[in-house]
Design a protein around this ligand. Structure first.
Ligand code: SF4
Length: 226
């Protein structure tokens, strides 16, 4: 089930969660300023692009669905989600990874997901730093824990400093993978020191597959010459 992402697919774009560090919003604005559609017309407004539902995926593809928005935001009409999931169900030759900051909506729609869907949530820390209008990390962890779908993942990116209980909360989710990475865009987030992240990684490897993105010293460690 779990492989490297081979392509992205955005039948719905845009997001209202307003995370301070959102790279997708930044990219959408840049593409809009260059006249690239659909961003030139819609920028980062939640938008359904039904033409994209016709796409066929190759056998063995791992498709990252809606990396340019959040398909499970509360503002997304359920019919958009159902249309996307119909395509997923009709194409069992490929796997489809979803990623949201509102996994409570996975829970409410749980019976719609076929086995070739991997349901992931971004949970940057167990602490709430107030940098997003998305549900708090504690609510995301709880929703992921309650989800019975067999293929679940957690993306801890951009990682922010966390408490000891974060490891247990992640274990309780029962993820098939946890992805960890630092901020790539210089936002000076309240990130943990590298040693603490490495220890988290070691503990997670005790019960799940750990994938890593950018692993580096925290910005303040570099400023202090560590
Ligand atoms: S949830 Fe994702 S897409 Fe939406 S604002 Fe936050 S980082 Fe951007």
């Amino acid at each position: 089930m779990l492989g490297e992402v081979t392509e992205t697919w955005n039948p719905v774009i845009g997001c209202n969660h307003g995370c301070v560090y959102c790279w997708a919003r930044r990219l959408a604005r840049r593409l809009a300023s260059m006249g690239v559609e659909p961003y030139a017309s819609y920028a980062f407004r939640p938008t359904f692009l039904p033409n994209r539902l016709k796409k066929r995926f190759k056998k063995g593809s791992m498709v990252f669905v809606c990396d340019m928005g959040d398909l499970f935001g509360e503002w997304v009409p359920e019919e958009w989600i159902r249309s996307v999931l119909d395509v997923v169900r009709r194409q069992p030759q490929a796997c489809f990874m979803f990623l949201t900051k509102n996994p409570g909506r996975y829970l409410r729609l749980e019976n719609l997901f076929p086995e070739n869907a991997l349901l992931a949530a971004t949970i940057e820390s167990n602490r709430d730093y107030g940098m997003s209008r998305a549900p708090k990390p504690s609510a995301r962890l709880e929703a992921m824990r309650l989800l019975k779908h067999p293929y679940k993942g957690v993306v801890v990116e951009p990682i922010m400093d966390f408490d000891e209980c974060f490891v247990r909360a992640l274990r309780d989710v029962g993820p098939v993978f946890v992805y960890i990475g630092y901020d790539n865009y210089g936002y000076r987030l309240p990130e943990p020191p590298l040693g603490k992240t490495m220890e988290l990684t070691r503990m997670l490897r005790g019960f799940t597959e750990v994938k890593v993105g950018t692993l580096r010293t925290a910005w303040y460690e570099r400023a202090q010459g560590f």
